[in-house]
Design a protein around this ligand. Structure first.
Ligand code: TXA
Ligand code: MG
Length: 318
């Protein structure tokens, strides 16, 4: 029997019984458990085979809930939460002691967000605890953007995927921490830098190795297909190099046809970065199923969500 279901009350029952449920968000599906249940949280790490040093994001129902779990909110943190929640921004803030150490890998900060998905907001409102939820994929593989992706990964390991359809944004939340009350981007994501700068002014990005291995999103190889994948600025040149292989191609818009390409996915005919982000992971899942020798991915323009997509593609090709 399928573990995919739209039944919120069943999700409430399972989560209350310290079981895991995969939940839809606007970014990717999360593998959720009660933050106060050691059993559930351990099970998240085991199910994903995620190392314990990687802290989890806590999902809360509203901005009002924030003060229950964090000790201090910098002014610019407030501005960001007011501007973007519910939505794909995660804030890393000083935690209150009520947040168990296993959630934060012993750090004194907690990552928190209000996800923007009607089913999951409804679920969070019905529960009397927040949900810890990393992306619902085995450690370092491609993140799931449909209930079916999660089912394929965890069919035998979890009891339920709450089906909220395909994720609208399609890449993970942008993570923002604070140093001396100034916001810093720790992980590029679904909220473009330009939108964030409109709210808090110029912002520094420490997305790469500087803070590794703070965050799995920071690990060099991540979001990765099993098939060898390369990233290129020049598709035809890269295709030329691999002519003798079974080639799959991921391109931004439809710029090229070549008989040697076995399987091709175009992210956005109209060159729309939001559309491209929403399709990215499903495209990688599909390409990975085609029994190819190599996936050649085209680098996207380096602005707006293009930056976040390129970040994921770089890590997928490490
Ligand atoms: O869009 C998302 O953020 C999705 C959905 C399900 O909400 N979640 C997600 O979780 O991407 P995950 O576990 O795959 O990535 C969480 C990131 C990791 O890079 C983790 O290290 C970082 O958040 N993180 C969590 N707590 C942190 C903390 N206290 N300080 C710094 N980074 C933290
Ligand atoms: Mg992840």
């Amino acid at each position: 029997m399928s573990i995919v279901s739209k039944d919120i009350s069943k999700a409430v029952d399972l989560l209350t019984a310290e079981e895991l449920v995969a939940i839809p968000t606007e970014t990717v599906y999360g593998l959720a458990g009660n933050i106060y249940s050691e059993k559930a949280i351990k099970s998240i790490f085991e199910t994903k085979q995620r190392p314990f040093f990687n802290p989890l994001i806590v999902h809360i129902p509203s901005l009002d809930y924030l003060e229950k779990i964090v000790a201090y909110i910098p002014e610019k943190g407030k501005l960001l939460a007011e501007a973007f929640w519910p939505g794909p921004i995660t804030l890393v803030l000083k935690k209150k002691t009520i947040i168990p150490d296993i959630i934060t890998a012993g750090k004194d900060t907690v990552a928190v967000r209000v996800p923007n998905h009607p089913l999951t907001l409804e679920l969070l409102n019905q529960l009397d605890f927040p949900l810890a939820a990393p992306s619902a994929n085995p450690f370092s593989s491609i993140s799931p953007t449909t209930a079916e992706h999660v089912e394929t990964y965890f069919m035998d390991k979890i009891k339920m995927v709450l089906d909220g359809g395909a994720c609208k944004s399609g890449i993970e939340s942008t993570i923002i921490g604070f140093e001396d009350d100034e916001p810093i981007i720790y992980r590029l994501g679904s909220t473009p830098i330009e939108a964030i700068e409109n709210v808090v002014g110029k912002i520094e990005v420490k997305n790469k190795k500087e803070i590794s291995p703070d965050a799995p999103g920071m690990l060099e190889r991540h979001y990765a297909p099993k098939t060898k994948t390369i990233l290129t600025r020049n598709l035809s040149k890269s295709i030329e190099k691999h002519r003798n292989k079974r080639i799959g191609v991921l391109m931004f818009n439809d710029i090229l046809n070549d008989d040697v390409i076995q399987f091709k996915i175009v992210l956005s005919e109209g060159k729309n970065l939001e559309e491209a982000a929403s399709k990215l992971y499903d495209a990688l899942h599909q390409l990975d199923k085609q029994d190819l020798d190599i996936i050649i991915a085209e680098q996207l323009p380096d602005y707006g969500l293009g930056k976040s997509i390129n970040d994921r593609l770089e890590r997928a090709t490490k």
